[in-house]
Structure formats: structure tokens, C-alpha cells
Design a protein around this ligand. Structure first.
Ligand code: HEM
Length: 278
């Protein structure tokens, strides 16, 4: 029998006394110390980790969308494309994660659901920030955060900035394609409403991809992002129906009925409508 392999012979560092190690850099004690179960139910661990990992991916999505928006505002579309692709991949990753959660049956979930009290993903401030960044700007959604002034201020600050889509439309206008002035100077604190002039602008892009290659690519990156986001919403509502049926949500909404309504949200309306017009 050969000796057990010792990686230190090829230089693997084995001593971290006083030196930064992997766990130090990633602050794993904090992250892995944050799975406090409120029940004895086995599946609560899955439920906590599923939400925490989703929040971590959302944190990255926010980081990427903010940078993509800034790049678009500076007409630096190539780096923006890379970041928008990453955001779509993050949603793809989150979509795959539902398969893990789906292994939890209704019987298993009911063993700890009471312990959640009124807490619900509905109160996810990062999710709300993503929606606000992308342009779904429902101010009513600020209210669950009134008790946390720093979170409330962060979301309110986001509502004062142009959304990702606002910046995309301004970029289209700077490239010489007519975008209605009323859209360009709209009150960015509200949700953008579909506008025929914007459909025309995108129609000009889609009618001549070679002539407007970058804007064409921008349009498709946005559609891609919304496509993956929609799949997340759909997977969520289907998982929820599978686990709690038509019970009310812990957050107080009608549950599946509320989430089905959210399936109707359209972030970049003219990019979908232009397809009918082509
Ligand atoms: C068994 C698993 C889950 C169930 C039964 C469930 C249930 C619900 C329900 C019923 C709502 C509507 C609000 C309410 O009244 O509570 C909701 C909203 C929400 N949930 Fe979940 N959820 C689950 C997993 C997740 C996961 C893993 C995430 C990831 C972070 C998540 C994120 C959200 C978000 C962001 C909302 C707000 C959606 C919106 O306002 O459009 N949920 N959930």
C-alpha cells in the first residue's frame, strides 16, 4: 500500500497561523453561522439555505445591473453586454435552484411554516431593489421597509435614478434614433408606460440590425434578462402552488393569486410589442 498523499510535498500551504486563509477571506464563520433554525424540522435547513443563497445571487445581480446601467449611460455598450449576460445567467442559476426546493413536500413544509410568522420573500429588499432597477417601480412596495430607515432610504434613492431601461432608451436616442421627448424626460420615480414612439424606435433597430448592431444587441440582452426573470417568477409560483396550494402567504397576500398577478409584470414592454410589429 502506498503512503497517503501529502499535498505539502508539492507546496500546498498547511499552516495558517497568523495568515489569511480561505475561510478568513470569505468570512465563512459569519456566513455558515447564519443558518439558525426556529424549529426542529429537518427541511427548515433547506428552506433557509435556499433563501440565503438566492439573496447572495441577488446581491451580485444588483452589483452587475448597477454597473451595466452606468456603462450604458456612458455609451460603453460592450462591457454592459457582458454584465447583462451575467445577470441573465444569475437568474438561470436561481431557476435551477427551484429543483432543489421542489424536493420539499407540503407535509415537510407545514412542520415549520408556523415558525416563519409573517416573514416572507415579499419583504426581500434586494428583490425589490432589482425590480426598481429594472423599472418595475411600485412605491407601495416600500412600505414593508419603513421600519428599517437605511433600507427604505436605499430603495427610495433607487427610485430617484433612471432605471436600466430608461438608460437604454436614452442611449438609443443618443445614437440618433428618435425617442419621444416625453419618455426621455419622464418622472423616473414611476413605472415606465409603453409608448408607441418607443416601439417605433425599436422597430428601426430591428429593421436594420447591421446598421444598428450595438443597439440590436442591447435590445436582445434586455429581452434575455427579462425572459430569465419571467422564468424565475413562473418557477416560484409553481413551486408555491406545489407546496402550499392556494393557502394565503405568510406575508399576507392571497399567495398563488398574488404571484400569478405578478406574472403579468412587463419590464421592457416595447421590446416585446415590437415583435408583433415586425
Ligand atoms: C416553499 C417555498 C416558498 C413558498 C411557499 C413561498 C411563498 C411565497 C408567497 C405565498 C409569496 C407571496 C407573498 C406572501 O403573501 O407571502 C411569496 C413572495 C415572494 N417570495 Fe416566495 N416562497 C417560497 C420560496 C421562495 C424563495 C426560495 C425565494 C428566494 C428568495 C422567494 C422569494 C420571494 C419573493 C422575492 C417574493 C415577492 C415576489 C413579488 O412581490 O413579486 N420565495 N413567496
Amino acid at each position: 500500500m502506498s503512503e497517503p498523499y501529502d499535498p505539502s510535498v508539492e507546496g500546498a500551504e498547511m499552516s495558517f497561523d497568523g495568515r489569511m486563509s480561505y475561510g478568513d477571506y470569505l468570512q465563512l464563520d459569519r456566513i455558515l453561522g447564519a443558518q439558525t433554525r426556529l424549529s426542529t424540522a429537518h427541511d427548515e435547513m433547506l428552506f433557509i439555505i435556499q433563501h440565503q443563497t438566492s439573496e447572495l445571487w441577488m446581491r451580485l445581480a444588483i452589483h452587475e445591473i448597477a454597473a451595466a446601467r452606468a456603462a450604458i449611460a456612458a455609451d460603453e455598450l460592450q462591457p454592459a453586454f457582458k454584465m447583462l449576460t451575467r445577470v441573465a445567467r444569475i437568474f438561470e442559476q436561481l431557476n435551477g435552484a427551484w429543483d432543489v426546493l421542489r424536493t420539499m413536500t407540503p407535509s415537510e413544509y407545514t412542520r415549520f411554516r408556523e415558525a416563519l410568522g409573517q416573514s416572507s420573500g415579499f419583504q426581500s429588499f434586494q428583490y425589490r431593489e432589482i425590480e426598481y432597477m429594472l423599472g418595475n417601480r411600485n412605491r407601495a412596495m416600500l412600505r414593508p421597509h419603513a421600519h428599517r430607515p437605511e433600507v427604505h432610504a436605499r430603495l427610495t434613492a433607487e427610485l430617484a435614478r433612471p432605471s436600466l431601461y430608461d438608460e437604454a432608451l436614452r442611449c438609443v436616442a443618443r445614437a440618433g434614433i428618435a425617442v419621444p421627448e416625453a419618455v426621455l424626460s419622464r418622472d423616473v420615480g414611476a413605472t415606465h408606460r409603453a409608448d408607441d414612439g418607443v416601439i417605433e424606435a425599436w422597430r428601426a433597430v430591428y429593421a436594420d440590425p447591421a446598421g444598428h448592431w450595438e443597439l440590436y444587441e442591447l435590445a436582445e440582452k434586455l429581452v434575455d434578462l427579462e425572459d430569465y426573470f419571467r422564468r424565475w417568477r413562473f418557477n416560484h409560483v409553481t413551486t408555491v402552488e406545489r407546496v402550499i396550494g392556494f393557502k394565503r402567504g405568510t406575508g399576507g397576500t392571497g399567495g398563488v393569486s398574488y404571484l400569478r398577478r405578478m406574472l403579468e409584470v412587463v419590464l421592457f414592454p416595447e421590446l416585446w410589442q415590437v415583435r408583433t410589429a415586425l
